[in-house]
Design a protein around this ligand. Structure first.
Ligand SMILES: NC(=O)C1=CN([C@@H]2O[C@H](COP(=O)(O)OP(=O)(O)OC[C@H]3O[C@@H](n4cnc5c(N)ncnc54)[C@H](OP(=O)(O)O)[C@@H]3O)[C@@H](O)[C@H]2O)C=CC1
Ligand SMILES: O=C(O)C1=N[C@H](C(=O)O)C[C@H](O)C1
Length: 266
């Protein structure tokens, strides 16, 4: 069976790479794209134009669904768009795979409810790279022994959200095994606000944005007289593609809500 795939954000950095990867997969066909702008202009009519490779672009998911009946929507858009796109897709009876970061815990709860109600898969992967998933799992494992942790996430300077979805997921995974406690000096004070980074149960997350970077993370685990560093680097968006294809195939063959690719790989 050929999986009919629609992509929201198909003209972006991740979406463009995903179109190429899906087109190379024998069992997947990209049937349409969902977008809201073309060449900087906002689009208003329903079927608008097509991508360079002939994939039609729609501004309305309802119109896209009526014309192409895709099995699944892959969303790689931005934090403001993803929840609306994913909720609409589930409501229309499509499975959903989400790579977009920035979903709040309330949004995750709503998507889980909708996915169960509609009996459609919703797979959310803060990071599709197999190496990054392993980095998160290794950090979780190490956190049982070294509980003072700071996460350094480094991305390209076009990224909209901070901290990254990967850093948040890493802290959440570590939280499952680490006793909650405040790190650093109990009376420490920031003389410049933000100096100590974002805080999840005492763990600090520091976000770096620079041209030249793509997606990198270091988890620093400190103990008396020692430091363990666990680092992952994505140098190319191709690193995310095997995980995307895996999630798409998994989504159409089951109905499940999954937050984290580690749950599928395991
Ligand atoms: N899970 C993972 O492994 C990875 C996740 N990501 C995440 O994927 C997301 C996209 O990243 P990236 O490709 O770098 O970003 P880009 O800005 O390059 O791409 C996002 C695309 O989505 C489009 N878009 C915005 N709003 C909508 C909407 N409502 N409907 C349809 N399309 C829309 C944008 O159009 P326009 O530019 O005209 O606004 C743009 O083309 C980010 O959240 C990022 O964190 C990225 C890499 C890996
Ligand atoms: O914006 C990106 O590029 C990336 N975003 C994801 C995140 O927020 O963790 C995944 C990866 O780090 C690349």
């Amino acid at each position: 069976m050929t999986i009919k795939l629609a992509i929201a954000g198909a003209r972006g950095r991740m979406g463009g790479t995903a179109v190429l990867a899906a087109n190379e997969a024998a069992d997947i066909e990209v049937v349409a794209a969902l977008d809201y702008k073309y060449d900087g202009q906002f689009l208003h009519n329903e079927t608008v134009t097509e991508m360079e490779d002939g994939i039609p672009i729609y501004t309305s998911l309802t119109a896209l669904k009526a014309a192409h009946n895709p099995d699944i929507l892959l969303d790689v858009t931005d934090p403001d768009a993803v929840f609306v796109n994913a909720s609409e897709a589930l409501t229309l009876g499509m499975h959903v795979v989400i790579g977009t970061s920035g979903l709040t815990s309330e949004m995750l709860t709503d998507l889980e409810r909708l996915s169960k109600e509609r009996q459609k898969s919703c797979i959310i992967a803060p990071n599709f790279s197999i190496g990054a998933v392993l980095m998160m799992k290794f950090a979780q494992q190490a956190a049982r022994y070294l509980g003072d942790i700071e996460i350094l996430e480094m991305h390209h300077d076009r990224k909209l959200d901070s901290p990254s979805g990967t850093a948040v997921k890493t802290a959440e995974m570590i939280r499952e095994v680490r006793a909650a406690h405040i790190q650093g000096h109990p009376e420490e004070q920031e003389t410049i606000p933000g100096a100590r980074g974002a805080d999840i149960e005492g763990m600090k997350i520091h976000s770096i944005r620079l041209p030249g970077l793509l997606a990198h993370q270091e988890v620093l685990l400190g103990g008396e007289g020692e430091l363990l560093k666990i680092r992952h680097d994505s140098f190319d968006r191709k690193s995310f593609m095997p995980g995307i294809l895996l999630a798409i195939r998994e989504a159409v063959s089951t109905t499940q809500f999954v937050y984290g690719l580690e749950k599928i790989i395991d």
